[in-house]
Design a binder for this molecule. Structure first.
Ligand code: SF4
Length: 199
């Protein structure tokens, strides 16, 4: 594209005038950085973390003021998501807080689970258990089931397997966690190993 001397002077003149207007009307980027007290994110401490919902590992910024969660948003500096969050990631705030249907007030989400839960055979209610108890019970059941069902041979063929336990991985498992889980399952002789593909 050619440009005449006259056109060049017009363009550079327009650019110069635009920068003067920004300077004199206080709309330069430096002025815009002065936050007003009513802004949502004034006086917050920010922590970068990872979205809790899937193994995508999107970076998230958590803003907290006086111990209260103020905001959750995508981290623009994170190489995976560059500030974007999907619909699940965008709703992480709801893990902490919801708005009460009746009062409209923000309240801590009463549905959030903070301990492992177990519903015993024949029971209709869920029971809270400690992490230690949950690990102990799960480990004991795996050992009992494997001991009772481990096969070394089938139809004259060596198999070394346990078909009585299956593993179904969750979407939040990342590569390394899935690798460790695979090791555990294969070590136990399991053959039914599945994984929920993430979105
Ligand atoms: S893809 Fe969505 S759910 Fe998965 S880590 Fe990213 S924001 Fe979270």
């Amino acid at each position: 594209m050619g440009i005449t001397r006259r056109g060049f002077l017009q363009l550079t003149g327009a650019a110069f005038m635009t920068s003067l207007v920004y300077e004199f009307t206080g709309q330069s980027p430096a002025m815009a950085a002065e936050a007003g007290e009513e802004w949502k994110l004034v006086d917050v401490s920010e922590t970068s973390t990872i979205c809790c919902y899937c193994s995508g590992g999107c970076g998230t910024i958590i803003s907290v003021r006086d111990g209260e969660l103020i905001n959750v948003e995508g981290d623009p500096d994170h190489p995976i998501n560059r500030g974007g969050l999907c619909s699940k990631g965008s709703s992480q705030f709801g893990v902490n807080s919801i708005y009460d249907d009746e009062s409209g007030e923000r309240i801590i989400n009463p549905n959030r689970l903070t301990t492992p839960m177990v519903r015993r055979a024949g029971q209709s209610e869920w029971e809270e258990v400690s992490w230690d108890q949950a690990f102990e019970e799960i480990a004991q059941r795996i050992k009992t089931t494997r001991d009772e069902n481990y096969e070394t041979e089938s139809d004259g063929v060596t198999v070394n397997r346990c078909e009585a336990i299956a593993s179904f991985g969750g979407a939040a498992l990342d590569n390394e966690e899935a690798y460790a889980l695979q090791k555990l399952c294969r070590g136990l002789g399991m053959t039914y190993i599945e994984h929920q593909a993430r979105i």
